[in-house]
Design a binder for this molecule. Sequence first.
Ligand code: UDP
Length: 240
Amino acid sequence: MIEYLRKVYPKSQEQLFTLLYQNLTEQKKVFLVTANPETMMNGYRNVEYDELLKDKKTLIIPDGIGVVKMAQRIGNPVPNRITGVHTVQKLLHFGNKNELSAYFYGSKPEVLKKFSSILKKDYPNLKVAGMVDGYHYKDDEVMQDALKKQPDLVFVALGIPRQELLIHRYFEQFSKGVFLGVGGSFDVLSGFKKRAPKAFIQLNCEWLYRLIKEPYRIKRFYNNNMKFIWLTKKEMKGNH
Ligand code: UDP
């Protein structure tokens, strides 16, 4: 856990966005992993996921408050959360302003239909290189298609760990682009899923809202969070 936590981006979200815009302008490649305790636990349980988290080219951003707090505990001065949804919005905004191209893979067809009309309305200058739902196609075929188009932005909404594993497998073959696994962000941005009310977000309790709305996640949440905290503390003791 400590090795992952040391790698979490230690600066503000404004600094991150500046870095991403610069990468896009210079056509550099970057793979962003929006991390919460579940992300770190995937690294613990899955060798390939462990590799992608440790990869020098992967930028781990602190999506969950648990990651922010534990990163601080090990001495990484992460100031605050940087959420996946907000990062997607900023990238779409920048892409629109600079007429960049974007590829969208994942989520349900009806979600993408709505999302597509939102993109046309709010981001009219963004070039949609591809938009493929996550239920009717093969991952490899979709990535081959994305490779042909070499988009500036690649958003993959297939859930953890599939989205990150897929990006990591193809990352080397792309010559440019900002890559991001976005979980349920298309669902939120198209209004199919509600984001937590502001008060929950400000109190760093977005996770609680999600559990109230989606109680089937409670067991998964509890197991991942408890184990993540326990493992981090154990490693910290081992280091002293
Ligand atoms: N999804 C998909 N194909 C699948 C399974 C899931 O496209 O076979 C999509 C799903 O519709 C949702 C996203 O992946 O938009 C996962 O969102 P969730 O909030 O569950 O993300 P997680 O918390 O698992 O990262």
